[in-house]
Design a protein around this ligand. Structure first.
Ligand code: AMP
Ligand code: GLY
Length: 441
């Protein structure tokens, strides 16, 4: 399958980084971001025969094996732009939404620098829930019925007349706490008072929408205006513990090869949701030029949009990009320059990835524990929150590592990934044992 690469030892990978540097004719790429998602992007770029040098800002300890990490924040637009100009960066690839929302794409394009990512204005498809809902209503893109409010009494009147549970979404940055699923009117009143009267998150509006049911999944596409290149579908596991129990996290694992999605479902989602949305954004004068991530749900009434993101998902990217057989540089460059891209080719196997998190995450946790055995793993290893001292990795974040295996089917990939994880030793990590459980029920 060509999916599983042994994790390179520090020594070999530093040597590999140097050898690639001798190929001066190759392209220089700057990746912006610091998580497992950016590690997967750097890894995919490192497989491109055209790419000779990769910088990552700020990167992380694992990324440092394949790229040169820079001491620049992902939102330091001026610093990143100056670096790209000075170092003759051929192409910049943006991971986080915060960088897009800070206007990195607009600033780079003004200088004539090639960059993969959406303009600040187009990023509204993720940063404003109201913008996304209005777009879907206007262009007949399937999503939950909704109404948005700035007035508390009007919001309460609307929610009282709708079925429960009700979904209340603060329309702005809320550090992942802006969505409340209210089971009854009392709970809805309290949440609305918190958002609209006490303004706990700021002065934003609230979108109130109907509660939908069904399995959620992620559909990521590379988008350049009306050109939409689909990636394999994936599913994230947001809860901390087995059986989808416990608090919400940034994602505890993901897999491709979704057993509950038919080819007809996929075609519908591609044509009626992703392509239609790309076209709608062009009609609105806000063409997309990066990744459009549909957070979708397969409801009894068909596939509907829960949310859009304007970037690669994390941890979805870590299971999707290892399947890419085409040269990712061609895709990034084509989209960044507005040129058509050859339809990307994907391996027809599947992938399954498990996140190793610090005990206590997503609450308080300790850091600084050595991670032993990484070099012996026969799997892809993406770093999310690690540090390095004396040539040895240690835990330095909530989500620490993601281990990904490929296989001919999910049972095969699952068996491999959990077998490899057993080889690691670190006293302060935990992980879910049931990634892709829906496939085995
Ligand atoms: P969002 O930030 O919009 O992705 O919402 C966070 C999570 O809340 C989603 O991943 C869903 O699990 C849940 N959610 C959001 N909207 C709905 C809805 N209309 N019906 C059911 N669950 C929802
Ligand atoms: N996997 C969820 C996200 O990237 O937002």
């Amino acid at each position: 399958m060509g999916l599983v690469y042994p994790f390179p030892s520090l020594k070999t990978s530093v040597a590999a980084k140097e050898i690639r540097l001798e190929n001066c004719l190759g392209k220089t790429v700057l990746v912006v971001g610091s998580g497992g998602r950016e590690h997967a992007i750097v890894d995919a770029l490192s497989r491109s025969p055209q790419v000779s040098k990769i910088y990552c800002a700020p990167g992380n300890a694992g990324i440092g094996e394949k790229a040169f990490n820079l001491a620049l924040k992902d939102t330091d637009v001026e610093g990143l732009k100056a670096f790209a100009l000075e170092n003759k960066v051929d192409l910049t690839v943006v991971g986080p939404e915060a960088s897009l929302a800070a206007g990195i794409v607009d600033a780079f394009r003004q200088e004539g620098l090639a960059i993969f990512g959406h303009t600040k204005a187009a990023t509204a498809i993720e940063s404003s829930k109201e913008f996304a809902k209005e777009l879907m209503a206007k262009y007949d893109i399937p999503t939950a019925a909704y109404c948005s409010f700035s007035d508390f009494e009007e919001a309460v009147a609307y929610v009282s007349a709708r079925p429960f549970p009700a979904v209340l979404k603060y329309d702005g940055l809320a550090a992942g706490k802006g969505v409340v699923i209210a089971q009854d009117l009392d709970e809805a009143r309290r949440a609305l008072a918190d958002m609209l009267l006490d303004k706990s998150f700021g002065d934003g509006r609230v979108v109130v929408e109907d509660f939908l049911t069904g399995p959620e999944f992620s559909f990521l596409c590379f988008v350049d205006g009306e050109r939409v290149y689909p990636m394999p579908l994936s599913q994230d596991h947001k809860r901390a513990f087995d059986g989808d129990k416990g608090p919400n996290t940034g994602g505890m694992g993901a897999y491709t090869g979704l057993p509950f999605i038919t080819e007809e479902d996929r075609r519908f989602a591609y044509e009626e949701i992703l392509c239609k949305t790309a076209k709608a954004m062009v009609s609105e004068g806000l063409p997309l030029s990066g990744v459009l991530y549909g957070g979708l749900m397969k409801t009894p009434q068909g596939i509907k949009v829960i949310e859009f993101n304007a970037r690669f998902g994390d941890p979805e990217t870590e299971v999707v990009l290892p399947l890419l057989k085409s040269d990712i540089y061609d895709i990034f460059e084509g989209v960044a320059m507005g040129n058509p891209v050859k339809e990307p080719l994907w391996d027809d196997g599947v992938t399954l990835g498990v996140v190793l998190a610090s005990k206590g995450y997503p609450g308080a946790y300790e850091k600084g524990f050595d991670i032993l055995g990484l070099e012996a793993l026969d799997a892809k290893v993406y770093h999310m929150g690690t540090g390095i001292r004396d040539g040895r990795f240690f835990t330095s974040g909530g989500r620490v590592l993601m281990i990904v295996s490929g296989g001919k089917d999910l049972a095969d990939a699952r068996e491999k990934v959990y077998r490899e994880i057993e080889k690691l030793s670190c006293e302060n990590l935990y992980y879910r044992k049931d990634i892709a459980h829906i496939a085995f029920e």
